[in-house]
Design a protein around this ligand. Structure first.
Ligand SMILES: CC(C)(COP(=O)(O)OP(=O)(O)OC[C@H]1O[C@@H](n2cnc3c(N)ncnc32)[C@H](O)[C@@H]1OP(=O)(O)O)[C@@H](O)C(=O)NCCC(=O)NCCS
Length: 172
């Protein structure tokens, strides 16, 4: 299903936008703090999109591509990750060309609104690298609060990194 906001349309993952994903995922600003690597080819980004499609089908995720209405392209992905029945995370990534414009908040609010309407669960979580300050601040802006820090939680590219866990509770 599509979600529409002022500047964005959140659309189901679609492989025809794999080149857009490849373009923004190749920016070190985008991939360095999430422990990813520069995609080697459009085919690799297509595999990522196919994984999102499969995960949506098997209900491991409920994920969207973030399409910019006037730029006419996909500029990120966002959605819910059903890690366990009682532990639902929100995951996100936005092209660095579009940071600092409030687009993340705009997309995230649409997803949170959808989650609040469709899920019975009250709590949602974010887990992010502690040194990904932009991600922590962005999650705070949409109502998440830091609850815990896990030292050395991530092992990425030969190094350990702390994880910050954040939570948002909705009264139902
Ligand atoms: C996380 C992400 C979606 C946020 O998007 P964004 O457009 O940068 O978000 P916003 O501009 O709404 O918020 C970022 C906030 O961090 C602040 N910030 C950025 N760098 C900072 C720093 N070094 N120290 C303190 N605050 C900082 C910004 O000032 C802004 O807050 P403000 O609006 O109050 O000024 C984007 O950075 C992203 O896609 N990153 C790569 C993928 C990623 O890290 N995903 C998370 C995986 S868990």
């Amino acid at each position: 299903m599509k979600l529409t906001t002022e500047r964005l349309i959140l659309i189901p993952p679609d492989i025809s936008f794999s080149e857009d994903v490849y373009t923004y995922s190749g920016n070190p600003l985008f991939y360095s703090l999430i422990g990813a690597k520069k995609p080697e080819s459009i085919a690799q980004s297509q595999k990522f999109v196919e994984m999102l499609i499969d995960d949506n089908k098997s209900k491991k995720r409920c994920y969207w591509m973030i399409a910019h209405r006037t730029e006419n392209k996909v500029i990120g992905t966002i959605g819910l990750i059903f890690a366990k029945q009682s532990y639902i995370e929100i995951g996100y990534g936005l092209s660095a060309d579009f940071w600092g414009q409030g687009l993340f908040s705009e997309a995230a609010k649409a997803v949170l609104d959808y989650a609040d309407k469709t899920l019975t669960i009250k709590e949602l979580f974010v887990r992010t690298r502690a040194d990904n300050i932009r991600s922590v601040k962005a999650a705070e802006k949409i109502g998440f609060k830091v609850i815990k820090q896990y030292p050395g939680f991530y092992f990425q590219n030969g190094q350990y990194f702390d994880c910050i866990e954040m939570k948002r509770v909705v009264e139902k």
